[in-house]
Design a protein around this ligand. Structure first.
Ligand SMILES: C[S@@+](CC[C@H](N)C(=O)[O-])C[C@H]1O[C@@H](n2cnc3c(N)ncnc32)[C@H](O)[C@@H]1O
Length: 410
C-alpha cells in the first residue's frame, strides 16, 4: 500500500473506554495522558510496574490481572497494545481491525492503525508532533521538535499572541533580581505578548532589548508626575494605556509584593475597573544572597530569616521596623534598600545586644554581570561601605550564614 501521511486528530475520550494491553514501561508512560483525558481506561495485563499498580490502586484505571483474551477490545474506542507477547499483540491487532478500533502498537508501528504523537502543553494549547510517515519515524526528533515548540511558547522566544483570549488589562510581573533567565516562564510570555511595558530600573532590563519594535517601552522613573506623586503618575499611565485596549505589562524588580508597591498599583487598577493579573517573581532578598554563595538559612546555623527595609534609619519616626527586637533574633537579617543607612542600622543592632563581630555581606547588583560581594562585620560595615564604595542596589545580609559558604570555610 502506498505510504500516505498520518492524519492528525484530537480524540475526546472523556468517559470512553480505552483498553491498554500490557502494564509495563510503555503503559506507564502513556497512561497519565489517557487518565488526564478522562478516558475510562481498562488495563489487561498479568503484571504491572509499581507506578501502574498505584494508578489502579488510586482508582484511576481498572486493572484485570490476566493476559489478553479475544473480545477484550469489543467496546473500546481506542486501544494501546503494549505486551511483550508478539503473538498476543498480533491477535489483539486483528481484533482491533475487525471492530474498527484505532490501535497503537508499541512493538510494530508499521502494523498499528494509530500513532501516539509527542505531546506537550502550554497555556491552553496542546502541541502534538508526528512524523509524516512510518519510514521517517524518528521519535527522538519528534520529541525534540515538541520540546522546542513548547519551550519557545513558554519562555516567549516563540511569539504566538493569543487573539481570542487575550484581554486588555495589566499584568504586574515580577521580573526577578536582574538576570534575564530568572524571570518566570509566565512573566516572559506576557512580556512577549505586551503592547506596552512600563519598567523599573531594577529587574531584567536586558529583556526589554529583545522586545519587537512595535512594543512601547516606558521607563517608570521618567514618567512626568507634575502635580501627582511619582507613584500616582505610574498608576495613571497604567490605567490610561489599559483603557486604550492595550495589553500592558508592569515589569518590576524581584517580586511585585516585596517592597515593590505592587498592591498600590493593583488597588488603583481595581478602582479604575481594569483587570489585573499578578505574576510572582524571584525576590532579590533570597536570590541575591544565594547568587553570592550565601544561604539565608542553614541547618544548625539559622532557622529563620527576616527581610527588612532599611530605607529609613532606625531612629526615624517613619520607621515601622522594631530594630531592638531584631537585635535579639539569632537568625539571618536581610536588609533591602539599606546601603545609605547601614551605619545607623549596625549601631542600633549592636546597642541592643547583637555582637559587633556578627558577619555582614553586601551584595551589589546581584545576578548581573556587575555583581560584587563585600564582606564586613557589624563593627566595620559603615567604614567598609565607604572605603569599598558600595552602591545601591545591594542586599545586605547580617548573620552567621554569611560565613557558611565563604571560600575556605566549607
Ligand atoms: C524597592 S526594593 C524592591 C525589591 C524587589 N521587589 C524584590 O523582591 O527583590 C529595591 C531593593 O531591592 C534590592 N535589590 C533588588 N535587586 C537587586 C539586585 N539585583 N542586587 C542587589 N540588590 C537588589 C536592593 O536592596 C534594592 O535597593
Amino acid at each position: 500500500m502506498a505510504e500516505h501521511p498520518a492524519y492528525p486528530v484530537g480524540l475526546r475520550l472523556t468517559g470512553r473506554r480505552v483498553v491498554v494491553l500490557g502494564g509495563g514501561q510503555v503503559a506507564q508512560r502513556r497512561l497519565p495522558a489517557l487518565i488526564a483525558a478522562g478516558a475510562d481506561v481498562r488495563l489487561v495485563s498479568p503484571e504491572a510496574t509499581p507506578s501502574v499498580e498505584a494508578m489502579a490502586d488510586a482508582g484511576e484505571i481498572t486493572w484485570e490481572r490476566r493476559g489478553y483474551a479475544d473480545g477484550d477490545l469489543a467496546d473500546a474506542w481506542y486501544a494501546l497494545i503494549a505486551t511483550s507477547d508478539t503473538e498476543a499483540n498480533e491477535r489483539a491487532s486483528a481484533e482491533a481491525e475487525r471492530h474498527r478500533v484505532w490501535c497503537v502498537r508499541s512493538d510494530d508501528a508499521d502494523r498499528a492503525t494509530a500513532w501516539t504523537p509527542a505531546t506537550g502543553h502550554s497555556e491552553g494549547v496542546t502541541v502534538a508532533v508526528l512524523t509524516t510517515d512510518a519510514k521517517g519515524r524518528d521519535p527522538r526528533h519528534t520529541a525534540a521538535v515538541r520540546d522546542a515548540v513548547v519551550e519557545g511558547l513558554r519562555d516567549g522566544t516563540l511569539v504566538a499572541p493569543h487573539h481570542r483570549t487575550r484581554t486588555a488589562g495589566v499584568a504586574l510581573v515580577g521580573g526577578g533580581p536582574g538576570d534575564p533567565d530568572l524571570i518566570t516562564v509566565r512573566g516572559r510570555r506576557l512580556l512577549a505578548e505586551a503592547d506596552v511595558v512600563i519598567a523599573d530600573r531594577l529587574g531584567p532590563r536586558d529583556l526589554l532589548a529583545e522586545l519587537p519594535p512595535h512594543v512601547e517601552v516606558i521607563d517608570a522613573a521618567k514618567i512626568p508626575y507634575g502635580r501627582f506623586m511619582a507613584q500616582e503618575a505610574i498608576n495613571n499611565a497604567l490605567i490610561e494605556h489599559a483603557k486604550q485596549g492595550k495589553s500592558v505589562v508592569r515589569l518590576k524588580g524581584g517580586d511585585p509584593y516585596v517592597f515593590g508597591r505592587g498592591m498600590e498599583e493593583f488597588q488603583a487598577l481595581a478602582e479604575a475597573g481594569i483587570p489585573c493579573t499578578v505574576v510572582p517573581g524571584i525576590s532579590s532578598s533570597i536570590s541575591v544572597p544565594g547568587a553570592a554563595g550565601i544561604p539565608v538559612t542553614h541547618r544548625g546555623v539559622a532557622h529563620e530569616f527576616t527581610v527588612v527595609s532599611g530605607h529609613v534609619a532606625p531612629d526615624d519616626e517613619r520607621s515601622l521596623v522594631d530594630w531592638p527586637s531584631l537585635a535579639k533574633l539569632t537568625g539571618t537579617l536581610v536588609v533591602l534598600m539599606g546601603v545609605d543607612k547601614i551605619g545607623r542600622i549596625a549601631e542600633t543592632l549592636i546597642a541592643h545586644g547583637k555582637s559587633p563581630d556578627t558577619p555582614v555581606a553586601l551584595v551589589q547588583e546581584g545576578t548581573t554581570a556587575a555583581q560584587r560581594r563585600v564582606d564586613a562585620t557589624l563593627a566595620t560595615v559603615a567604614d567598609t561601605v565607604v572605603a569599598q564604595e558600595v552602591r545601591p542596589p545591594a542586599v545586605i545580609v547580617i548573620g552567621e550564614v554569611v560565613a557558611v559558604g565563604r571560600p575556605g570555610t566549607a
